[in-house]
Design a protein around this ligand. Structure first.
Ligand SMILES: Nc1ncnc2c1ncn2[C@@H]1O[C@H](COP(=O)(O)OP(=O)(O)OP(=O)(O)O)[C@@H](O)[C@H]1O
Ligand SMILES: [Mg+2]
Length: 462
């Protein structure tokens, strides 16, 4: 018999993979940390007639996990909720999948099916239904205008069926238009099936702008990054399951590196626990942590690895130090001046790591304008700068040029500039990856953070 609960899994190598889930969304409320308010809110909204919910937030922040957790608890059809992705799908495919899912439920099989057949539903909806039923492997064309009526005809009575429409940020423009129309219909026609959408902020605007009345049918729930304490809780429960002792300071370092994204916490937690199992120890030390970081970097998802590689491809040493400097603060948006200060700080750390004395490069007064930077194709290799003791340091002018270049596609579009002279990572998650890469080279960045009372805490000094 398959083990059902964690305690029934005897093999610790298997158990640890059930608690640390870097690539699997959470589905159980007990394991979804720091989201109780949002769970309640989504639940409340879903229970209002004709209301859907749109969960939005940055990449990797936990949208699918929240959507699935609520869907699994609110759906009481004795089957899993339907989960469909907008990736490479069109509206007909999405709705056909949902309708087939509902038709497979026992309620439909025992009662509705007969009713639908008896009624021999006429018109377009009856026709679509007939095709969905008789051609179970074929795609059936469904116009958005008929979608709600179609869903109504197969919805189980006195039961709540929940559907997650995931990754709207991956939807084609046609699918977005169709979904905007559909969302309005669900409200107007009081659709009994409950929909939870996930996507990014732009998707919500698009959805709501397409039909003004759509905002009445869909509640929006914004997800922020998780707090440091929440990430520590993920580690506490994970390490607890495999009886592994890990110092509080180490857990906080992992949480800081994770930068609000549970993905990194699960990944580092898993790798650390596996290293400990391998070494057959019950207390974790710094040496194991270094190995865990190495393993985590090797396994990092390609969406993070690729832009980083593009950014450092050409001027490896110099740009990599710059990326770590960019990650060395709790604020997401930073001025070029502040980044420069961090950059010098990180250079200093790298020099002292090698027992060398660091002298900041001379600053030139004439700084290039943004326009000049745009046009500048000057190659940094042509500047005659020699590596200093094997470590390359950017001059201030080169630094500004480098920061500017990191906005370009050829450099992975790592940065964006919300206003002149200010920069932030295009995907916040990249900051955690940069911290991880710095840690891999023995450089700690971003160890200052705000605690829940807005006090600045410096872990490096603890
Ligand atoms: N509240 C949470 N508690 C514990 N783990 C979480 C939580 N939220 C997310 N995670 C974990 O973080 C990872 C990313 O979560 P999820 O896939 O839900 O994010 P997402 O916002 O949907 O990402 P994407 O934008 O890539 O679709 C998963 O491994 C998941 O298990
Ligand atoms: Mg997701």
């Amino acid at each position: 018999m398959e083990p059902t609960t964690l305690s029934e899994i005897e093999d610790p190598w298997v158990r640890v993979r059930h608690v640390f889930l870097p690539s699997t969304p959470i589905r159980e409320e007990a394991r979804l940390v720091g989201r109780s308010e949002q769970v309640e809110r989504v639940r409340r909204e879903l229970r209002s007639p004709g209301r859907s919910v749109f969960i939005f937030g940055e990449r990797g922040v936990g949208k699918t996990s929240l959507a699935q957790t609520v869907a699994f608890t609110e759906d009481d059809t004795d089957n899993d909720p339907a989960i469909v992705s907008c990736y490479q799908a069109d509206f007909s495919q999405l709705i056909t999948r949902v309708v087939r899912h509902l038709m497979a439920l026992p309620y439909y099989q025992s009662t509705l099916k007969k009713k639908v057949l008896e009624l021999k539903l006429g018109g377009a909806v009856g026709h679509i239904l007939h095709r969905v039923e008789t051609q179970p492997t074929e795609m059936v064309r469904v116009e958005p205008i008929y979608a709600v009526e179609l869903l109504k005809s197969v919805a189980p009575a006195n039961k709540t069926a929940v559907v997650v429409v995931d990754e709207m940020d991956q939807a084609s423009s046609q699918l977005r238009r169709d979904l905007a129309h559909f969302v309005k219909q669900t409200g107007d026609e009081d659709c009994p099936i409950k929909f939870i959408f996930t996507g990014i902020a732009n998707d919500v605007d698009e959805l709501l702008e397409a039909h003004q009345s759509a905002s009445r049918s869909v509640a929006t729930v914004r997800l922020e990054r998780l707090l440091l304490g929440d990430l520590v809780r993920i580690l506490d429960s994970g390490f607890g399951v495999v009886d592994l002792g890990v110092a509080d300071l180490l857990k906080r370092r992992i949480a800081l590196m994770s930068d609000g994204f549970a993905y990194f916490t699960h990944l580092l937690g898993l790798k650390l626990a596996e290293r400990a199992l391998d070494a057959e120890v019950t207390e974790v030390n710094e040496g194991l942590m270094d190995g865990a970081i190495e393993d985590a970097v090797a396994d990092i998802e390609v969406q993070l690895k690729r832009p980083y590689e593009l950014a450092v491809r050409k001027y490896h040493d110099r740009y990599e130090t710059l990326l770590w400097a960019l990650a060395d603060h709790w604020q997401l948006e930073r001025s070029s001046k502040e980044i420069w200060r961090s950059y010098l700080g990180v250079c200093q750390k790298r020099f002292s790591q090698q027992g060398l004395v660091f002298r900041a490069p001379n600053e030139t007064k004439d700084e290039p304008s943004e326009e000049a930077l745009d046009e500048s194709q000057e190659d940094l290799d042509d500047d005659g700068l020699e590596p200093r003791d094997g470590l390359m340091v950017l001059t201030k002018q080169q630094f500004r040029q480098a920061v500017h270049r990191l906005k370009q596609t050829a450099y992975g579009e790592i940065l964006e500039s919300p206003q002149r002279g200010w920069y932030r990572f295009r995907f916040s998650m990249m900051r955690g990856y940069c911290r991880l890469m710095a840690a891999r080279h023995g450089i700690s960045v971003g160890l200052k953070y705000l605690d829940t009372h807005n006090n600045l805490v410096d872990l490096e000094r603890l």
